[in-house]
Design a protein around this ligand. Structure first.
Ligand code: 9Z3
Length: 354
């Protein structure tokens, strides 16, 4: 039998895993019950919930990465990507999830890297990743990109895919060799919020060179620690119906803009399914949080068009029929536009002497 080598370890993937439930954090009755149906204050959330146990491990990786790029005067984008889960049990068998595969985040990270940024990729574990996204979750196995060598003694990349894979691999290799990409995972909305807060605070060393690009699909509702049962919910105990009573997720964007990262440029996404409310909801978010840009998109058309909503007005970015035929990523247009806005933001701040 051929000995099986251990799988390669990624130079850019964090060694932390978030998808296994944190079974130690069993139901905690010392945490007070949240008042029903009142929005939970942002600070209360962080005060009343325990931070994920692995966070300190991530913290030093993030600090090293930022110091490395700060010394080189390189801009850093924090790209969030993929959907957050809401566990219904502590030893999690069931959880609420959402549709996001992380396409927007993974492809945007590539275009930030191509345009000279370093990227912290805060992503849902096992969702799409920059570069490898071209070969994963595609409906075929990565083994289908391979073939046996002519003499049948080895496995190699199929000639059909050589050219494209060579290009993708060169970019991936450049990003990893130059320490330009740091990938940090989350699974639950709880892990997402705590990690975002940590990374945001660390990003303050970058000053104006920090850019937040919040493409993750963040759950609007969650189950507070004080109410999560320790074990699998038993149908015998609850009767015939499972009634799930969720609380609104704190409006973390307010804290991000006000206190975690007050001088960074912040871009958030607004997702809707009803086109008649998209612009007003995006504008509402921009007013409420007072940040620089909201990008509105509809679930149905998100890969083809988005709308930039700024205090100055609205601007649609839409792929042409030819671009759609050629599989152009809309992020290859969105990201350079944002980079332009980031440069303008930096020079306007500098002009103001801030
Ligand atoms: C988005 O709107 C993203 O563009 C998508 C990308 C999630 C639609 P895919 O992963 O989809 O490419 O399949 N993200 C933000 C949605 C969101 O949760 N926004 C929150 C809010 O509006 C927090 S910034 O309150």
């Amino acid at each position: 039998p051929v000995p099986r080598p251990s799988p390669p370890s990624s130079p850019v993937l964090s060694k932390v895993h978030t998808s296994a439930p944190d079974t130690k954090a069993a139901i905690d009755r010392s945490i007070p019950e949240f008042p029903a149906a009142t929005p939970i204050d942002e600070d209360n959330y962080f005060r009343l919930h325990k931070s994920p146990p692995y966070l300190s491990q991530i913290s030093s990786d993030v600090a090293d990465f930022l110091n490395f790029h700060n010394k080189r005067h390189r801009k850093v984008a924090l790209v969030t990507s993929g959907g957050t889960t809401v566990p219904l049990e502590n030893n999690t068998v069931r959880f609420i999830d959402n549709f996001s595969a992380g396409t927007r985040g993974a492809s945007s990270a590539e275009y930030f890297l191509e345009n000279g940024y370093a990227v912290i990729f805060l992503h849902r574990e096992f969702s799409l990743l920059p570069y490898s996204r071209h070969y994963s979750h595609t409906g075929n196995s990565f083994l289908d990109y391979l073939k046996l060598s002519d003499d049948g003694s080895k496995v190699e990349i199929d000639d059909k895919y050589q050219k494209e894979m060579f290009q993708v691999y060169k970019k991936y290799n450049k990003a990893t060799k130059n320490n330009l990409l740091l990938m940090v995972p989350f699974t639950t909305v709880h892990q997402y919020l705590f990690t975002l807060k940590l990374v945001a605070q660390e990003m303050s060393v970058m000053g104006y060179d920090a850019l937040f690009y919040l493409a993750a699909a963040v759950s609007d509702f969650f189950l507070p620690s004080s109410r999560i049962p320790q074990h699998k919910i038993q149908s015998k105990e609850i009767g015939s119906k499972l009634v799930v009573d969720l609380e609104p997720v704190p409006k973390f964007l307010r804290r991000l803009v006000d206190s975690w990262a007050p001088i960074a440029m912040i871009v958030s996404f607004k997702l809707e399914t009803d086109n008649t409310i998209l612009i007003s909801k995006a504008r509402g978010a921009l007013k409420r949080y007072n940040h620089q840009l909201v990008i509105g998109n509809l679930l149905q058309t998100r890969k083809k068009k988005v709308v930039f909503v700024t205090p100055a007005g609205e601007r649609w970015i839409e792929l042409t029929p030819d671009q759609i035929k050629d599989n152009v990523d809309i992020e290859s247009i969105i990201v350079p536009e944002i980079i332009k806005l980031h440069s303008q933001w930096i020079s306007s701040r500098q002009r103001m002497g801030l």
